[in-house]
Design a protein around this ligand. Structure first.
Ligand code: SAJ
Length: 416
């Protein structure tokens, strides 16, 4: 196959668009494909429809030089990168319908020799499912040339970048490339080597799928350990932050931080794909998910019991709604879940929410009469009970204004 010059990236979300932009700024002719016409129009104007540092400058530059354009229809290309969502269904197995839709766009364009890479976080077997789906639509092709006729090369290359640092980590992180065949893996490795300065590690497709899920499950299990310790410590009257600080002095102990629960669309989702693939075996991974998912309700109980004996004119203050510190992302945020539950459990009491990164309450909290988005000073002046749910940097300065209040510090911000 001649070396790759044209790439189509299917799905222009927070992984697809940065990947399209970085390929385009490295000299490839890139077409981004998205079902959302507004996203396509924004990219064609050189604009980015979401917040990610440094992405704007890459997209604007690539579009103005003619290396990046966007469309709703999948074009012919030498390589395809599929970066579409893989949410979970009601039974917590993965929903592969977006991957199948991407395949239906790619299949009619195939001429033979193309490289098709799945980047979406996927359950074990999803890359093979994509390959088989393509072959069912185009039965004249094969994956390994075993039957006569043209070959298509299919590989998995999971994304592992941290939101907020995507443009840096795309270049510096090591990558895992899993090919259904070794030729697919080496073609994918060559493509990623054009912009990735990290090591590119080659394996098979299912191992690559599992590696990504295992990374996020590892973190989830370790956070669950910390969250369980916080609940045990509370029962025993021990300060969990001091406990962890002391235990972490051991050279082989490194306990993570407890919190109000685990949010975001990765760590709280991906472990379920392993549980769904091996339900009887994945016991620790499942228990960790349950421990982390039960933490918001535990925090709500703490706040409700702290406020229960107080007159109704004593408000509650909730600091933070984002799923982690110093970002504006509220998706799957345990803090939003806690605020929502408090508004129901404390329906006769005003709850003052402080979140400097948003201008209005999210949809899940709109219409709750007792919730108000206010500034920190107002919240503190009105409230006797303070729930600290996100360790945003500016909240650190509040420590000396908490005298006389009951503080439920889920992040240890005021105890460190
Ligand atoms: N959290 C804690 N305690 C901790 C660390 C995190 O409670 O000690 C909570 C955070 O507050 C947050 C959640 O966990 O609610 C997840 O935050 P995170 O910073 O650990 O991870 P994400 O979801 O922003 O990004 C993760 C990263 N994966 C790993 O670090 C193994 C990132 O590299 C992945 O690319 C990303 O998932 C993804 O897309 O899968």
């Amino acid at each position: 196959m001649p070396s790759i010059e044209t790439v189509a990236v299917v799905g222009l979300g927070y992984i697809g668009l940065p990947t399209a932009a970085i390929l385009a700024t490295n000299g490839f002719d890139v077409v981004g494909v998205d079902v959302n016409q507004e996203t396509v129009d924004a990219v064609n104007r050189g604009e980015v429809p979401f917040v990610e540092p440094d992405l704007g400058i890459h997209v604007a530059g690539a579009v103005s030089q003619g290396h990046l354009k966007a469309t709703v229809d999948t074009p012919p290309a030498q390589a395809y990168i599929v970066a579409v969502p893989t949410p979970f269904k009601a039974d917590r197995s993965a929903d592969l319908t977006y991957i199948e839709a991407a395949a239906r766009g790619i299949a009619p364009q195939l001429q033979g020799g193309e490289l098709i890479i799945l980047e979406s976080t996927s359950p074990p077997g999803a890359t093979r499912h994509l390959a088989n789906y393509l072959l069912a639509l185009r039965p004249e092709f094969s994956l390994d040339g075993a039957s006569r006729g043209p070959v298509i090369h299919v590989a998995h290359c999971p994304e592992r970048v941290l939101p907020g640092r995507v443009m840096i980590e795309l270049v510096t992180n090591d990558r895992i490339v899993g090919g259904i065949t070794s030729e697919a893996a080496s073609l994918a490795k060559e493509l990623y080597a054009s912009f990735c300065k990290g090591e590119i590690l080659v394996t098979d497709d299912v191992t690559a799928e599992m590696a990504k899920l295992v990374e996020n499950s590892y973190r989830d299990v370790n956070i669950a350990f910390a969250n369980e310790l916080s609940v045990i410590s509370d029962k025993l009257g021990v300060d969990v932050w001091e406990l962890i600080r002391l235990a972490n002095h051991h050279p082989r102990v490194n306990i993570l931080n407890p919190g109000p629960g685990v949010g975001g669309h990765c760590i709280a989702v991906d472990p379920w794909f392993i549980v769904s693939a091996a339900p009887r075996e994945a016991q620790l991974i499942k228990a960790a998910r349950e421990v982390n998912d039960s933490k918001p309700a535990w925090v709500v109980d703490k706040v409700v019991s702290a406020v229960s004996a107080l007159p109704l004119d004593q408000d509650v203050a909730v600091f933070g709604l984002a799923f982690k510190a110093n970002i504006d992302d509220l998706r799957e945020s345990p803090a939003v879940e806690i605020a929502q539950s408090l508004s129901v459990r404390l329906k006769d009491r005003r709850i003052n929410i402080v979140e400097p990164h948003v201008e209005t309450l999210p949809k899940a909290l709109l219409g709750q009469q007792n919730l108000q988005l206010v500034d920190a000073e107002t919240a503190l002046a009105r409230s006797s009970v303070v729930a600290l749910l996100v360790d945003h940097d500016p909240f650190k300065q509040l420590a000396d204004q908490l005298g006389g209040k009951t503080v439920i510090d889920t992040r240890g911000l005021f105890t460190a």
